[in-house]
Design a protein around this ligand. Structure first.
Ligand code: MG
Ligand code: MG
Length: 236
């Protein structure tokens, strides 16, 4: 998973560098596919449950699972969310970034920063024995402190031999509740937050998830492992 995580981190850095005004999300998908396969890894999302691409590329009110397209060109002010997975030797990793295209509004900028930081706030309290409710509560409390919404219907997850494994890792929760995490568990922690409501809908393409109120969203994700002496982030 360390090997896969390094390849995935480098893939996302490449996408962050290449995601410029005028570029299509299909082009970014092609770059990710070529990079991952050139490293001898597999794109974990491609054909996963029938998903047709290497990356999910979701813009503004699209939260996750956006399908890359030649017709979707990046424009000034967009918030682009790239979610991607890479596997090697049968083990997978999963990570996501939010990318500001050109200059974005102040509220989008803040949303993006708070989303990323909420992940790290969660990591700060993470160790063997911590309850999922405590992790979720920490993320939720941080995000809601800025007046943003935390999506409930999509959550983080265990990961390893497959991309999605138990347990569910919600970005909300009640202190002192939920299962305790254990040493060596590998999980994907992935806050998805919005400028408005936490309610979501699915588009007719059967994949793309959007906010119900049409307000922008941000996403940040890494695969982590709880080590005896702390948390190791595998996809940074
Ligand atoms: Mg992901
Ligand atoms: Mg994930």
């Amino acid at each position: 998973m360390r090997k896969a995580g390094k390849i995935l981190a480098d893939t996302l850095s490449l996408i962050e560098e290449k995601a410029k005004i005028g570029v299509s999300t299909k082009y970014l998908d092609k770059l990710a596919y070529e990079y991952i396969t050139a490293k001898g890894a597999v794109p974990s999302f491609l054909n996963y449950g029938g998903f047709p691409a290497t990356i999910c590329a979701s813009i503004d009110e699209q939260v996750v699972h956006g399908i890359p397209s030649d017709n979707t060109k990046l424009e000034e002010g967009m918030l682009l969310k790239i979610d991607c997975g890479a596997g090697i030797d049968g083990m997978h990793t999963d990570a996501a970034r939010t990318i500001a295209i050109g200059n974005v509004s102040k509220e989008k900028q803040k949303l993006m920063e708070v989303c990323k930081q909420s992940f790290f706030e969660g990591v700060k309290i993470l160790k063997a024995g911590v309850r999922l409710g405590d992790l979720g509560h920490t993320i939720q409390n941080y995000v809601e402190g800025f007046g943003f919404g935390v999506i409930r219907d999509l959550v983080g997850h265990g990961i390893g031999a497959t991309v999605h494994e138990d347990p569910n890792v919600p970005n909300y929760g009640i202190k002192g509740r939920g299962a305790r995490l254990w040493e060596n568990i590998t999980i994907a922690i992935e806050p998805m937050i919005t400028l408005g409501t936490y309610e979501i809908e699915q588009l007719n393409d059967g994949w793309t998830i959007v906010t119900a109120d049409g307000k922008p969203s941000a996403h940040y994700e890494n695969t982590v492992v709880i080590m005896p002496d702390g948390v190791e982030i595998l996809t940074l």
